[in-house]
Design a protein around this ligand. Structure first.
Ligand SMILES: C[S@@+](CC[C@H](N)C(=O)[O-])C[C@H]1O[C@@H](n2cnc3c(N)ncnc32)[C@H](O)[C@@H]1O
Length: 340
């Protein structure tokens, strides 16, 4: 095989130039040889380049090296796009089960199909979706476009829980993972919990599986999310504890019976605080989510809670930031106990 024999003082600069044109064998080591360095070359390296770089070529061999490239490095290396666009290749993605969700910069859109195939191969995904932006509407529907593969239904494993969902129709925010973990850490033994915005089970499942609640009344208005909620309760062996209610949480029957009420929704959650107040028993705890401008935290949610409490005694237990939500807004959770 061919090696470029380069003076040590020039080795780094020559190595960089050869790397930039993809001329170096990465599976073999660059080794020292006296005052020189031997750089293993790919067979296909052009004679023009050898001349331009004034390389001295010798025949020889070089020891192999175990070589691990990250999925991102694999894509960068094999992507057939202009070199000056390579820095735009996404180095982050959402992985939901065996489906990948990518944000693709507009400059890379013409190459999206081929790039999606590369990401799928590098990361072992069956489908790649482009994240087109916001999560919209009362059902919190994601804006997703399939760019590789077909199937958008998957099972996502997190904290020992299996969440089955259709990623094109139902959201799963990786930014909320800490809050899902937090709900899993509660001790709800002997308790009845109401999940007012249950989706396909984001909080219902950790509360039923890990926090060991006796009963979780899981309310969801979107029939598709409700369908997955019921399926996920079975998938996780808690169908005996989860009572899935299809409809608006304003129609949930009963009052003052819930040991805990979870309000995992953002945007207009405060409009539902009176319902939470109706459902929670004296001594019960409410987990109220709100997207709030940073400079209004914690006053605004605390005032909204006080207004909905309408004189009922309560105390704020904790204010937690879940994630940032735009440049100056945060998704926060305020935990409060209703005392009477
Ligand atoms: C998508 S989840 C929130 C995401 C979740 N916190 C996470 O960890 O990713 C909110 C759910 O509330 C449901 N929803 C909205 N308004 C509702 C209402 N009035 N009654 C019941 N469910 C409602 C939506 O359909 C949606 O499935």
């Amino acid at each position: 095989m061919r090696l470029a024999k380069v003076r040590k003082s020039e080795a780094e600069s020559v190595r960089r130039k050869l790397f930039a044109i993809g001329g170096v064998r990465k599976d073999l080591r660059i080794v020292e040889d006296g005052e020189s360095v031997l750089i293993p070359l790919k067979e296909e390296i052009r004679e023009g380049i050898v001349k331009d770089l004034d390389l001295v070529i010798v025949e020889g061999s070089s020891p192999g090296r175990s070589f691990h490239r990250s999925p991102y490095e694999q894509v960068v290396e094999s992507a057939d796009i202009p070199a000056d666009l390579k820095h735009l290749l996404p180095d982050r993605w959402e992985r939901i089960g065996d489906i990948l969700v990518l944000r693709i910069p507009k400059e890379l859109r013409p190459f999206a199909t081929a790039l999606a195939a590369m990401y799928a191969e590098a990361l072992g995904a069956k489908t790649v979706c482009e994240d087109m932006g916001k999560i919209v509407g009362p059902y919190r529907t994601p804006s997703i476009k399939v760019i590789y593969g077909r199937e958008t239904e998957t099972v996502h494993l997190e904290n020992g829980i299996r969440y089955k969902l259709d990623v094109a129709k139902i959201m799963l925010s990786s930014g909320n993972v800490d809050e899902r973990m937090r709900m899993a850490e509660l001790d709800c033994e002997g308790e009845t919990v109401v999940d007012m915005f249950a989706g396909m089970g984001y909080f219902t499942l950790p509360i039923a599986v890990h926090a060991n609640a006796d009963r979780v009344i899981a309310c969801e208005i979107n029939p598709l999310a409700h369908h997955y909620l019921k399926e996920n309760a079975v998938l996780n062996g808690v169908e005996g504890k989860v009572e899935a209610f299809l409809g608006n949480n304003r129609s949930l029957p009963g009052e003052a019976f819930a040991d805990r009420v979870v309000m995992g929704y953002v945007g207009t959650t405060h409009e539902y605080l009176p319902e939470a107040m109706r459902l929670v028993r004296p001594g019960g705890v409410v987990y109220y989510h709100e997207t709030c401008p940073i400079d209004l935290l914690p006053q605004r949610p605390i005032e909204r809670i006080a207004e909905a409490a309408a004189g009922r005694e309560h105390r704020i237990l904790r204010v937690r930031k879940v994630k940032s939500y735009g440049p100056s807004t945060v998704h926060a959770v305020v935990e409060f106990e209703v005392l009477d």
